[in-house]
Design a protein around this ligand. Structure first.
Ligand code: PHE
Ligand code: ZN
Length: 881
């Protein structure tokens, strides 16, 4: 690896942005591909934009030759230092020729050109976002340099029968010595991070698609032969995504071909390279025998996400990496809307909000917190975060809510029209949306620059004499790492008022003539504001932040009975769930405080029992309602953070729930859901599987022996992965020892199926308790475990460290020390992956003292090392602060 931290680490600041001094009109690349050595010849047509030398980025490149306007430069006619090639010249335009060599098989960081799979059977591919292109050739590797690309690939025909690059095909042919070539021309100017090539033995499935504006597009999904039969769902998702973007945003695809490629060796989820998307196989392959229902939904969402980038990201790209959320937040929002349309909108919203709370809120509350648009970074790879993606999407959602569906569409049309072919900023986005609607959205810009999750507090006062209800809203954002002063943000609060019978009241604000709808949005745009509702006969129950109208933490002194009313009566599935989550939080507090007769705990178990027995509640929603906030979210309700105690209290509340519903009712419900013999993917079947799992897990809390028998039978008879993995998890959670035979059976059944094995590793890594570390260590000896595969590292190390609080946060600190050791090993292969896993240390400062001390020692030791990558060093430096 090249970027060790003993090299100077420089901080990049948004405030220092300057436009490129030279633009690149056209780039011609010629690849002579080989696994050990690939040569890349580049011809750049450069045009001067400022009075400065040409500066090209290049890292880990062996420079073979360099010429300007046909003349070879001698040493001394250029400077090559610290990853920058500098050429001083007088002309307004010039042509620079470089020839370099790179070594794909040695590239274990999976950035630039690398080998996926084994030397004899794997294939070559590239990953350029954010700054991988400089590992392939010398280039001004920044997103505001947009160029047209012509790419020629040459390689041995037998070893690399398939040659792909982004753009339209522009010829292919045979060469001497068993070699062949193929050329691609991309007519759309693009930044270097969207460049991609793929070469090797791949199979494909294809579909002829015609866009709404009449373009014939050949869609191809490529994968290695052993998994090509698992690509159909991705193709189906792609077609639906294309149709959806035409329908919803009037956006058509813009090349004659669209390629999607699956690889098992990928650092992230997937990549939107122009015309040649590359996917982590985890988000592309799906079949009932190896994929769960959740995974099918993920495939659908990620395929859509990458496709949607073709407009939100590619046609309009980012000026600089600080604007990353311009493409990511927007594209996540588009993807979420698509999934909501394809599936159930309330369930989708529940999933997204749960993810935000589980992943983004903790990030925003710890030392790694940063604004959606950071103001500085030392390693951009560390900013592909839940904040940039998920919170960024919430910000777009607020804007969309503010403008309304039609207004938002008009705004998006304006944005795409005005900035097509440009590298834009978040200001450009807000301005375009605002201009199209004759409104000023600039107050929302503050959300992009301020880190931390705002606390929204609400206080209601009912005045019987005046028949008025006064709602006072206040906001406050706690200080975050490096940002202490916080300002008030515009917080849209969608709300309804319910009477005690659960009926929504028509709303009339003070000063308005007539009552309007039963739901409306008020905006809190200062530290505090009161809203007075007229004609209110009795003290109402406010339902606030409906649909999660802003990414904030609501603090409202509900009494349990009020939440129970909302949980039972709110017509909107999301709000019902939300009331249930809040009530569950209070019920948790009761358990935590040892108050087993607490009123919240009683209200929660009673309301859920009622819903459980109400045949009108949708199976999937019921499954969600039966799931209280997870151990990671509950950390927030704890002064002293002791994961063991959190788990004990949470398990206690679940057991109470199971008891209240009753063994008989649970068993009967399970039996009723059991009958399934196929793994059909329709929504009701998925919902049944999900509920079945929740019911069995609740049953296991009160009847472990019987539950084990049911789980064993379910494992044996499962028609697909969802039921099989759920049953295995239940068995293993009940008693890992007793589950050994089933665990071994699964291991053998899926030998050679990488994605199924990942789930096998993850399932075991997530089993709670102090034994978890020993279990994980034993799994490291499994033949299938390897540090060089990111998915495998995530499934074992990542799952354990980031999602198994009782296992990872062992009081003796043994798991911290073990992880530190492994991080060093992973870092020497793949810095991006090491940095990601290291974020598990994010919350150490708020642990109880014993664990805190243990974690501190490990973090400080690691942070002091000088031999780690810039990626890992950056995370550790911030975490250790
Ligand atoms: N841009 C990709 C996406 O979100 C994510 C990604 C980032 C992939 C960096 C690879 C490297 O769609
Ligand atoms: Zn993206």
């Amino acid at each position: 690896m090249s970027d060790r931290s003993d090299a100077p680490t420089s901080v990049i600041r948004l405030a220092d942005y300057r436009p490129p001094a030279w633009s690149v009109e056209h780039v011609a690349l010629e690849f002579d591909l080989g696994i050990d050595r690939t040569e890349v010849a580049a011809t750049l047509e450069l045009v001067r934009q400022a009075d400065e030398p040409i500066r090209l980025n290049g890292e880990g490149l062996e420079l073979l030759s360099l010429g300007v306007d046909g003349r070879t430069l001698a040493e001394g006619e250029y400077i090559l230092a610290d990853g920058v090639l500098e050429i001083a010249i007088d002309a307004e335009r010039c042509t620079v020729n470089t020839r370099v060599a790179v070594h794909p098989a040695e590239n274990t960081a999976f950035e630039g050109l690398y080998l996926s799979g084994s030397r004899d059977r794997g294939f070559l591919l590239t990953q350029c976002e954010a700054e991988g292109f400089r590992h392939i050739t010398f280039f001004p590797d920044r997103p505001d340099v947009l160029s047209r690309y012509t790419v020629t690939l040459r390689a041995d025909h037998d070893r690399f029968p398939v040659l792909l690059a982004g753009g339209n095909p522009d010829g292919e042919g045979v060469l001497a010595d068993g070699r062949h070539w193929a050329r691609f021309v991309d007519p759309h100017p693009k930044p270097s991070y969207l460049f991609a090539v793929v070469a090797g033995r791949l199979e494909r499935i294809s579909h002829d698609y015609t866009t709404a504006d009449g373009r014939a597009v050949a869609l191809h999904i490529w994968a290695e032969a052993d998994v090509i039969d698992r690509c159909d769902y991705a193709m189906d998702s792609l077609i639906r995504s294309m149709q959806w973007d035409e329908r919803t945003y009037g956006r058509n695809y813009d090349l004659d071909v669209f390629h999607v490629v699956a690889t098992h060796d990928f650092n992230m989820g997937a990549m939107e390279n122009k015309g040649l998307n590359i996917f982590n196989a985890k988000y592309l392959l799906a079949d009932p025998d190896s994929s769960t229902d959740d995974e099918y939904r993920h495939v659908e969402a990620v395929v859509a996400h990458e496709y949607f980038h073709n407009w939100s990201g590619n046609r309009v790209t980012c000026r600089d990496w600080f604007q990353l959320s311009l493409k990511e937040g927007l594209t996540v929002f588009r993807e979420q809307s698509f999934s909501a349309d394809m599936n159930s909108a309330p369930l989708k919203r529940i999933e997204d909000v749960a993810l935000l709370r589980r992943a983004q809120f903790p990030e925003d509350a710890g030392p790694l917190s940063h604004p959606v648009r950071p103001s500085q970074y030392s390693e951009i790879n560390n900013f592909y975060t839940a904040t940039v993606y998920e919170k960024g999407s919430e910000l777009v959602r607020m804007l969309a809510g503010h403008l309304g569906q039609e207004g938002f569409r008009k705004g998006m049309d304006r944005y795409f029209e005005r900035h097509d072919g440009q590298a834009a900023t978040i200001e450009d986005f807000l301005t375009a949306l605002g201009d199209a609607n004759g409104t000023d959205l600039s107050p929302y810009l503050a959300w992009y620059g301020q880190a931390g999750t705002p606390r929204l507090s609400a206080e209601g006062r009912f005045d019987a004499a005046q028949r008025r209800y006064r709602l006072t809203l206040r906001q406050r954002t706690p200080a975050t790492a490096g940002q202490t002063a916080k300002q008030a943000l515009p917080i849209p609060v969608r709300l309804s008022l319910f009477d005690q019978s659960g009926k929504a009241l028509p709303l009339r604000l003070e000063g308005e003539a007539a009552a309007g709808a039963t739901e409306r949005t008020v905006v809190l745009d200062s530290a505090e504001r009161g809203f007075v509702f007229e004609d209110v006969d009795a003290s109402p129950v406010p339902s606030l932040l409906r649909g999660f109208s802003a990414p904030v933490i609501l603090e409202c002194d509900y009494v349990p009975g009020e939440l129970a009313i909302l949980l039972r009566h709110d017509p909107d599935g999301f709000n019902r769930w939300e009331a249930g989550q809040q009530l569950a939080g209070l019920a948790y507090d009761d358990c935590r405080d040892g108050n087993v007769e607490g009123s919240a705990l009683r209200a929660w178990t009673e309301a859920l029992t009622h819903l459980f027995n109400d045949k009108g509640v949708d199976d999937a929603l019921l499954a969600e309602l039966l799931t209280p906030p997870g151990e990671i979210e509950l950390v927030e309700r704890q002064a002293e953070r002791d994961p063991d105690r959190i788990r004990i209290a949470r398990q206690a509340m679940l057991r109470k729930l199971a008891q209240r519903i009753g063994a008989e009712a649970l068993r009967a419900r399970y039996a009723g859901l059991r009958s399934e013999t196929t793994a059909a993917l329709d929504a009701p079947s998925q919902a049944r599987r999900q509920l079945k799992r929740r019911v069995l897990d609740l049953y296991a809390l009160i009847q472990p022996g019987e539950a084990r028998e049911l789980a064993r039978a379910q494992y044996e008879q499962a028609p697909g992965m969802t039921d099989r993995l759920a049953a295995l998890t239940t068995l293993a959670t009940l008693d890992a020892h007793a589950a050994e035979a089933a665990i071994a059976h699964f291991r053998q059944r899926y030998d050679g199926n990488a994605l199924a094995l990942d789930k096998w590793f993850a399932m075991q890594a997530l089993l709670p308790g102090a034994d978890a570390l020993a279990r994980v260590q034993a799994l490291e000896d499994d033949q299938a475990f390897m540090l060089k595969n990111p998915n495998r590292v995530q499934s074992l190390l990542g799952s354990f460290a980031r999602a198994n609080p009782t296992g990872f946060h062992r009081a003796d600190g043994a798991a911290y020390r073990w992880l530190a050791d492994r991080l060093v090993a992973v870092d020497s292969l793949n810095p991006q992956v090491a940095a990601r896993v290291a974020t598990a240390f994010n919350g150490w400062k708020r642990l109880e003292p014993v664990r805190r001390e243990a974690a501190h020692a490990v973090v400080a030791e690691l942070a002091s090392r000088k031999d780690l990558s810039r990626d890992l060093t950056d995370i550790l430096a911030r975490v250790a602060l």
